[in-house]
Design a binder for this molecule. Structure first.
Ligand code: AMP
Length: 574
């Protein structure tokens, strides 16, 4: 079942295939099928049109890792230019996870310590992943030498142009040797990309995945915005509110399938997984059980789900986005067959948002946004289910005679309502308690794809809009243009940032705060999180009794480390 041979057919050899196996990739993504063989022919420069999330990092990373040999302590062999520090780290991590040849991969980006970067450069880096500003800085200082490059990759070239990096990019390209091969990846192809390529690229081959237009009309398509870490709870809520859930949950990798199945089993759901490492015998057994509805949840990769012939699914759930719109249509086409209406649900995390927007455009049918069922909804439905099941037992043929005498003994001893409540508690533990359902906060995203952030610092903490923007840029690497609509209140603030960056920004800011309250949160409605106004009111003036007992520094929980870092920074600047 595994299509590892497909990677082999693209020209990759055993070391690289080993890395792919360990990563859990089952078959090449469409953009990988196009770029890898062209790259390995060693003839042309390449322009590839690909969105994030389509496997583009591996599309250039795998062939580079296939060809490269470690050259300890020498000049870099590959330079990958990316628009943001975040992406630099992401690309570096993906390359390191595929590296089986002890290649030195390192990220060079603005805002990080220069001396540390100089030390790494001096030791020798084979593959440099960098943002244009900082890379150029090193070139100008003469601290890095790109005169022996074998490969130059411009990743998310349209973003780099949008961010005004064109001059930096041109200067960098001019500082590299002519003999390298250049690959440009871009989600869109504005005219500026072709003029850039005419100037700096040779014998360019343009590659793009043609997407077929397909629709699946019988399927109701909805999506939920959920953080990656909330996806599992979101899944269980959807399963819980369905009276007869019978569906396939799609994950991207084998590792992903195994993880979801294990967590479902731990929580008592009837689930099984299918992926390329599952033996044929086991696969058949699982499918038999699924068809007979002995298990009602099948978790699968795209490859493993191919050829499954089940008609009457109530749900298809895209736990992770598919690689392209075609496999989306393929996946969801499994519901809504034979005249049955089904529901296709897609989870979107902030980092999947851009890819999803593009996919949504390509899939010509409507995908509606919905709110996840609340904990109250889930509990109400579970209660009803329990009552229905009880009724079936009371009126049904099942033999409860064995329990009659025990029931009489219990009733003789306890109040009937108390006894029944205790039995329910024993049977369902805390399933019906609100505390058992973690809060899943939805993102607020407007049509422009932005999110409003609540930040727990304001004027009382010495912030002005300018200072807040400066702090955001410094701490999160966000670019000026991306920070919008800044409102600084006495003790908290709001800013608008691109949705896809929102999770990264809150994560980074919250790393600065060691207090029990987060420093930044994604605000669902442009208001401070519940109770926040009061909390902030108190912070400046009337402290609660327990707060009063704390020294001032401790009292300001969310800010403790953040402030010490800002002070540290300003000391450094002086
Ligand atoms: P990218 O488009 O490079 O940001 O990749 C998105 C995600 O897809 C990353 O988590 C990759 O590890 C993963 N990925 C890349 N290629 C494949 C593949 N052939 N099969 C499954 N997952 C992949």
């Amino acid at each position: 079942m595994t299509k590892i041979e497909e990677f082999q057919a693209l020209g990759l050899t055993e070391v690289t295939l080993e890395a792919i196996r360990e990563k859990g990739f089952e078959e090449p993504s469409p953009i990988q099928k196009l770029t890898i063989p062209t790259f390995l022919k060693d003839e042309n420069d390449i322009i590839a049109q690909a969105q994030t999330g389509t496997g583009k990092t591996a599309a250039f990373g795998l062939p580079i890792l296939e060809r490269i040999t470690a050259r300890k302590g020498q000049k870099p062999q590959a330079l990958i230019l990316v628009p943001t520090r975040e992406l630099a780290l992401q690309v570096m991590e993906e390359l390191i996870s595929l590296n089986r040849k002890k290649i030195a991969v390192s990220a060079i980006y603005g805002g990080a310590s220069m001396s540390e970067q100089l030390r790494r450069i001096a030791k020798g880096i084979d593959i440099v992943v960098g943002t244009p500003g900082r890379v150029l800085d090193h070139i100008r200082r003469g601290t890095i030498d790109f005169s022996e490059l074998r490969w130059l990759v411009l990743d998310e070239a349209d973003e780099m142009l949008d961010m005004g990096f064109i001059e930096d990019m041109e200067e960098i390209m001019a500082a590299t040797n002519d003999t390298k091969r250049t690959m440009l990846f871009s989600a869109t192809m504005p005219a500026r990309i072709s003029s850039l390529s005419k100037k700096y690229m040779h014998d360019t081959e343009i590659l793009r995945v043609e997407s077929k237009q397909m629709t699946a009309d019988l399927t109701d398509q909805i999506y939920f915005e959920v953080r990656e870490s909330d996806k599992f709870d979101a899944l269980t809520r959807i399963i819980d509110i369905e009276p007869d859930f019978y569906g396939i949950v799609f994950a991207r990798t084998k590792v992903g399938v195994d993880e979801i199945v294990n967590r479902l089993l731990e929580r008592g759901y009837a689930a099984e997984g299918l992926h390329g490492d599952v033996s044929q015998a086991q696969r058949e057994k699982t499918l038999r059980k699924f068809k007979k509805k002995q298990v009602n949840i099948l978790v699968a990769t795209d490859v493993a789900a191919r050829g499954i012939d089940v008609n009457n699914l109530t749900h298809v759930i895209n736990y992770s986005l598919p690689q392209d719109s075609e496999s989306y249509v393929h996946r969801i086409g499994r519901t809504g067959r034979a005249g049955n209406e089904g529901t296709a649900i897609t989870f979107i995390s902030p980092s999947e948002y851009r890819q999803f927007t593009a996919m949504r455009k390509a899939v010509k049918s409507d995908i509606r946004k919905q709110q996840l069922p609340s904990a109250e909804d889930v509990i109400a439905i579970r209660r009803q289910k329990i009552k229905d099941e009880l009724q079936a037992v009371v009126t049904g043929e099942q033999l409860v005679d064995n329990y009659h005498s025990m029931a009489s003994e219990i009733l003789a001893e306890y109040d009937p309502a108390v006894a029944l409540a205790a039995l329910l508690k024993m049977a369902f533990k805390n399933d019906l308690e609100q505390d058992n359902y973690p809060e899943i906060r939805s993102f607020s995203v407007d049509r422009k794809g932005t999110a409003r952030l609540f930040i727990a610092v304001g004027r009382f903490d010495g912030f002005t809009p300018g200072k807040l923007v400066e702090m955001l840029k410094r701490e999160t690497g966000l670019y000026d243009k991306k920070i919008d609509d800044v409102r600084v209140m006495d003790s908290f603030s709001f800013v608008t940032v691109p949705f896809k960056d929102a999770e990264m920004v809150t994560k980074k800011l919250n790393r600065l705060s060691r207090g029990d309250k987060p420093l930044a949160e994604i605000s669902t409605d442009g208001n401070a999180p519940a109770g926040e106004d009061k909390r902030n009111e108190r912070r400046g003036r009337n402290h609660t009794r327990s707060e009063r007992r704390m020294p001032e520094r401790e009292r300001r929980g969310p800010l403790r480390n953040f402030e010490s870092k800002s002070k540290r920074d300003s000391r450094k600047r002086k």
